[in-house]
Design a protein. Structure first.
Length: 284
């Protein structure tokens, strides 16, 4: 098995399922607040008291969709939401400043006019869950989807995917490839900044565990441990270790084969030089 081939690829930039251009890539709180954070999933949450007595506000900071806040009544029902689609709700005294920034701030008040806003910082994400660096490229994936790529360092790139102007996915590639699955499309970002993207050629979510065959005959074994999906790729170069998609998609690749595993078990495969087809289930 030639492990080095994982990052020595002929990277193909695609729009739709057809090949576009080929590029050679080298080596891919308040005291009463309840807080929790899952850095692997790049999501952090915190619940704080509302300015309205007896109500609460759930703050969510997500690398994939930015900051959001839900106003909950005493029964836990959602009264109002502010997020990247609507950052201010004047009627309910809610707002978010810097909704897509590294340090968004939530503001609330129980009255309008000149009443001051009470500010609360959203829970902070880890460095690998926060866009940073210099914008180096914008890719148009289809008529309504673009991806911005940022260089953090020589072997660390990040990307943000937007659909119709809204942030829908975040990718971090630091020493290893990162990926995002959204709709029918898959996007892989290598740690040298190169990308591979394709449409289709994937299973539905939560597929059966067992072996799947790709378009070139390579085999992917889908497993599950403690509620987390894992995939093991076998090609002509040998069998790779199992990669688990804990919180974020995992990527396995050699010189011609590329497999992305989503956190919901979705398998997306791409084979260079072949007509792309969804992985075929072979059995347990």
């Amino acid at each position: 098995m030639r492990t080095a081939l994982r990052y020595t690829l002929a990277v193909v930039a695609l729009v739709g399922t057809a090949t576009a251009s080929v590029v050679t890539a080298t080596a891919a709180s308040a005291a009463t607040a309840a807080a929790s954070s899952t850095s692997g999933a790049c999501v952090a949450t915190k619940t704080i008291p509302s300015a309205f007595g007896g109500w609460k506000v759930k703050l969510v900071n997500s690398a994939d969709s930015g900051a959001s806040a839900k106003l909950l009544d005493e029964k836990g029902h959602v009264v109002s939401t502010v997020d990247q689609s609507r950052t201010v709700d004047s009627a309910n005294g809610l707002r978010i400043t810097g909704v897509l920034s590294a340090k968004p701030v939530f503001g609330q008040r129980s009255e309008g006019g000149s009443t001051p806003w009470k500010s609360t910082a959203f829970p902070v994400l880890s460095a690998d869950c926060t866009q940073s660096g210099k914008l180096v490229r914008t890719l148009r994936l289809d008529s309504r989807t673009t991806a911005q790529t940022f260089k953090v360092s020589a072997s660390h790139y990040q990307a943000r995917v937007y659909q119709s102007g809204k942030l829908v996915r975040f990718i971090d590639a630091h020493g290893r490839a990162g990926a995002a699955l959204f709709g029918s499309r898959t996007l892989v970002l290598n740690p040298d900044g190169t990308t591979v993207t394709w449409a289709g050629a994937k299973t539905a979510a939560n597929p059966r565990l067992g072996r799947y065959k790709l378009a070139n005959g390579a085999i992917v074994k889908l497993v599950k441990r403690e509620g987390v999906y894992g995939a093991q790729l076998t090609t002509g170069h040998g069998t790779f270790p199992v990669e688990y998609s804990k919180g974020r998609p995992s990527v396995q690749q050699d010189d011609v084969t590329l497999v992305v595993l989503g956190v919901d078990g979705t398998l997306s495969g791409y084979v260079y030089g072949k007509a792309q087809k969804p992985p075929v289930y072979l059995g347990a």
